[in-house]
Design a protein around this ligand. Structure first.
Ligand SMILES: Nc1nc2c(ncn2[C@@H]2O[C@H](COP(=O)(O)OP(=O)(O)OP(=O)(O)O)[C@@H](O)[C@H]2O)c(=O)[nH]1
Length: 310
């Protein structure tokens, strides 16, 4: 893949997507670059690592940095996640601060606004999920103007732009893209235009397994799961993938395997389908489950699973 030379007006830069857990950062990233590279789920705190999506337009290359949701940390993994998100804010050209555009700004939102303001990075406040708003009555309209006003109040002193959109229906995303380009400096292509992410396929494969675990199991399991891809064997007609799911307790292993192995089978089938889309070819997936007590509290284990403090 070749990196073309940019025209003198070409713009490029790094844009961090930040916000509370579950506001739709990963969904927005996937929609903007037009391919699934970030996993999403209705469970908060799905995203753990920094992931870059590359959006190449005729006039600009925007490198979108997905960050884990900012929340109060409860264990070492939580601390590492928040520290990485804060680090990302300080090191980019622009922040898109994503919020749930269906509710007024609250304490948690102001906490993030303060972090962005302290970093001094220019920002766009992105009110997402507007597809969920209805404007059938005067009450609805009043509610919407209150939501908008609550974010305007926060944005105004810092000169932050406001954008309203839906990462799912794509309404308003053209305008957001235009705003992002306006904020970027003139610059080169950082990546070949065909590339959509900086992450190796192996990492995304592990994430696709983790996504299915989150979708298939209940509260007890998701946050204590890590997935390691042990082997990827590319054969002429099929790619064989072996992966291990690490949990902290025997009980979680039991839940994951399920009655007669049915749960693990379902997770494997769905993850395999997603992997086939990713590599555009046939996949044979083998999953193993291992108990690794307290991996979230061990720095060495976190590093092994690829969660690095940056
Ligand atoms: N209706 C609606 N739902 C959305 C929209 N964007 C995201 N969602 C949903 O919100 C949930 C969370 O989305 P994610 O993209 O995983 O959120 P996130 O901010 O990356 O979450 P973390 O990884 O926890 O930080 C998912 O169920 C999405 O389908 C939107 O524009 N409209």
């Amino acid at each position: 893949m070749l990196i073309p030379s940019a025209s003198p007006e070409f713009k490029s830069g790094f844009v961090a997507l930040v916000g509370r857990p579950n506001v739709g950062k990963s969904t927005l990233l996937n929609t903007l670059i037009g391919q699934k590279i970030a996993i999403t789920s209705p469970v908060a705190q799905t995203t753990r690592n920094r992931l870059q999506g590359i959006l190449t337009l005729p006039e600009a290359q925007i490198i979108l940095v997905d960050t884990p949701g900012i929340h109060k940390p409860h264990h070492l993994l939580g601390e590492v996640i928040v520290k990485n998100a804060v680090g990302a804010i300080a090191s980019v050209d622009l922040v898109v601060w994503l919020v749930d555009g269906t509710v007024e700004a609250g304490k948690g939102d102001r906490f993030i606004a303060d972090i962005i303001a302290n970093a001094g990075t220019p920002a766009i406040v992105g009110l997402n999920k507007i597809d969920q708003l209805t404007s059938e009555s005067l009450d609805d309209e009043l509610k919407q103007s209150k939501i908008l006003a609550s974010y305007r109040d926060i944005a105004k002193p810092h000169d932050w732009d406001l954008a309203r959109f839906s990462a799912i229906t794509k309404e308003g995303l053209d305008k957001l893209q235009e705003m992002m380009c306006n904020h970027l400096p003139v610059g080169p292509y950082y990546y070949p235009p065909e590339l959509v992410t900086d992450q190796p396929e192996r990492f995304i494969m592990g994430e696709l397994v983790r996504e299915q675990i989150m979708l298939h199991t209940h509260e007890e399991v998701p946050h204590s799961v890590a997935v390691g891809i042990d082997r990827v064997d590319e054969q002429p007609k099929i790619t064989k993938v072996m992966a291990t799911i690490y949990v902290e307790r025997d009980s979680q292993k039991g839940i994951l395997i399920g009655k007669k192995g049915q749960m693990l089978k379902d997770i494997g089938t769905k993850a395999r389908e997603q992997m086939q889309k990713l590599i555009m070819g046939a996949v044979h997936l083998e999953l193993f489950v291992k108990v690794q007590p307290n991996w979230r509290s061990s720095r060495a284990q976190l590093t092994d699973f690829g969660y690095r403090a940056e």
